[in-house]
Design a protein around this ligand. Structure first.
Ligand SMILES: [Zn+2]
Length: 303
């Protein structure tokens, strides 16, 4: 192509682009270009803190990420306000944990799906897709290998909603998966050195973590979230603790539990505090940091 032909080609292309752009008269009567839609960032709403942390790592600065649950609210008994419902409707991508954790969102998702054409529809990323679920236990994020599956599901939803930034999401996800794999190896090689493998937890959150690292959650105090355990159940937990020679019990950072302290006194147990990562004010590093804190606490009890 000669220089002259190249120049005329460039002129034609810029004219063609110009005529494609939408012109609107402003108040002064002059035509001006409408703000390009391309500058609008993808709006993503996540439900719980670990999902916010995952999504923020994948999105970087290319999208806006907001977490639905306020830092002090737990997902098991959350009730949706009209303002929360609006956040769902305003988002383009909704990132959920799945496994029934967000049953309080079902109606809003159904309603959001009835609006708009395919281009404007809410994309729901169920991050549990592909995770090997145990007994309908929703606490999948407490295993880093599950977290990696969740990250891949989020990445795919972001690319579907915003293909322009495909490369950014793919590269960020890849880097984050490397760092989650490092976390996984670190936990795994640490736990291998521990002499004790059995533990008792307050609510049945650590099943996936235990399965991933060869630990055994031999009993849980509270079988159903937000429900007081029956005296009969407590009696069976006491039996297990005695039979297995358990010396420590794990409670949760966010709560104080009368049952735990009376069990501890009666049976001479040490009480440790684990984080289920259901609540918190997460940032990019949050998930990995909290998992490492749990590892230290578990290690104090089981080494
Ligand atoms: Zn829970």
């Amino acid at each position: 192509m000669t220089f002259k032909r190249l120049m005329s080609f460039a002129v034609i292309m810029s004219l063609a682009l110009w005529s494609c752009q939408k012109k609107e008269p402003d108040s002064s009567g002059n035509a001006h270009l409408k703000g390009p839609r391309a500058s609008e960032k993808l709006r993503i709403l996540t439900t719980i803190s670990p999902l916010y942390s995952f999504t923020k790592n994948i999105a970087g600065d290319a999208a806006e990420v907001e977490n639905l649950l306020p830092s002090g609210a737990g997902p098991h008994d959350f009730s949706l306000s009209p303002m929360d419902a609006k956040k769902v409707t305003d988002a383009r991508v909704l990132v959920i944990n799945g496994v029934g954790l967000e049953a309080w969102l079902d109606k809003v998702i159904d309603a959001a799906n009835m609006h708009g054409d395919d281009d404007g529809k809410l994309i729901v990323a169920d991050t549990s897709r592909g995770v090997e679920v145990m007994n309908k236990d929703p606490h999948i994020w407490l295993s880093p290998q599950n977290a990696i599956i969740q990250v891949r599901n989020i990445r795919d939803a972001l690319i579907k909603a915003d293909p322009r930034n495909r490369d950014i999401y793919a590269a960020n996800a890849e880097a984050y998966i490397i760092s989650l794999n490092n976390l996984d190896s670190e936990i795994s090689s640490e736990i291998k050195t521990w002499s004790k493998k059995e533990f008792v937890a307050y609510h049945s959150a650590f099943g996936y973590f235990a399965r991933a690292y060869g630990l055994q959650q031999v009993a849980v105090i509270q079988e159903t979230p937000e429900t007081e355990p029956s005296p009969r159940h407590i009696a069976s937990v006491v039996e297990t603790i005695k039979a297995k020679g358990i010396k420590s019990i794990f409670t949760e950072t966010q709560a104080s539990h009368k049952i735990i302290s009376s069990l501890a006194t009666d049976l001479g147990l040490k009480v440790y505090s684990l984080d289920t990562l259901e609540k918190g004010s997460p940032g990019r590093q949050w998930y990995e940091d909290r998992m490492r804190v749990n590892l230290v606490v578990l290690g104090e009890a089981l080494k």
